[in-house]
Design a protein around this ligand. Structure first.
Ligand SMILES: Nc1ncnc2c1ncn2[C@@H]1O[C@H](COP(=O)(O)OP(=O)(O)OP(=O)(O)O)[C@@H](O)[C@H]1O
Length: 243
């Protein structure tokens, strides 16, 4: 098993007047191709963690933060936003809560967008993903002409089109009907497995994630203490690297 992502001693805090919050990740590893659901109640820091893993927000501190063989802490310290943006474009796919599709592009253009950004055009893969996800007939349409479930499938195809090594999905079923939610989660897992991409799904519903076959990591939450800070901890036993 090869570790794709490794965190040790990561800390992030928001110190607003209203609701100060601190997130700690003592240890967290994700293997290449592994799927995992991150579960916790609203406000427990799931999106905050995913934003850091998407290389979009820096941690306040991290003893170790490596991804795809690169030292992310060092990039942030050195202000290497170019290196982080390139790594994100090449190696990370994101499935947002709602489709987040560009209304002026066709479905085909939306799916191909991550390939364009990563400079990795592959029209055959766009069509193959569309077939796989049952949206081939929609390729020439604009997102406004699709159902919510179809839009979410386009969003999954877009997240995978450039062959990322990690897919991050933040409550990807929030906008779909409960009947569709199980199917979307299962589909996401199946497609990432087929593509060999690791997958992290943030959810407030650990039972639904478990039903869809995900191992679930539930965060520990601590109500504000004397310092008024609410705390969350995401901790996972380190993975042993393959010899
Ligand atoms: N940019 C920010 N500035 C200040 N506080 C923030 C910021 N982003 C998030 N927070 C706070 O951090 C805490 C965690 O928020 P976050 O969105 O990560 O939780 P979540 O588990 O994803 O919640 P939800 O399930 O509702 O999306 C909350 O108290 C939130 O108000």
């Amino acid at each position: 098993m090869t570790v794709l992502l490794s965190l040790r001693g990561l800390h992030k805090a928001y110190r607003g007047d209203a609701a100060p919050f601190a997130l700690d990740v003592p240890a967290f590893d994700l293997a290449e191709g592994e799927a995992l659901a991150l579960a916790g109640p609203s406000g427990s820091g799931k999106s905050t963690l995913l934003m850091m893993l998407a290389l979009a927000t820096p941690p306040d501190a991290a003893e170790e933060f490596t991804f795809a063989g690169q030292d992310i802490t060092r990039h942030w310290r050195a202000g290497r936003r170019d290196a982080l943006a390139e790594l994100r474009a090449r190696c990370i796919g994101v499935v947002p809560q709602t489709g987040g599709l560009l209304p002026f592009l066709t479905v085909e253009g939306n799916i191909a967008l991550t390939q364009r950004i990563a400079d990795r055009p592959d029209a055959a893969r766009v069509r193959a993903l569309a077939d796989e996800l049952g949206i081939r007939a929609q390729l020439g349409k604009r997102p406004a002409a699709l159902s919510v479930g179809q839009r979410q499938r386009v969003s999954i195809a877009r997240a995978l089109a450039h062959r990322p090594s990690l897919v991050l999905a933040d409550e990807p079923t929030a906008s779909v009907h409960p009947e569709l939610a199980d199917a979307v989660l299962a589909l996401l897992k199946r497609e990432c497995a087929a593509a060999g991409a690791a997958l992290l799904v943030a959810t407030h519903d650990p039972d639904r994630a478990a039903r869809a076959g995900y191992p679930v990591l539930v965060c520990e939450t601590h109500a504000p203490g004397a310092d008024g800070i609410a705390r969350s901890v995401f901790a996972r036993a380190p993975l042993a690297e393959a010899a």
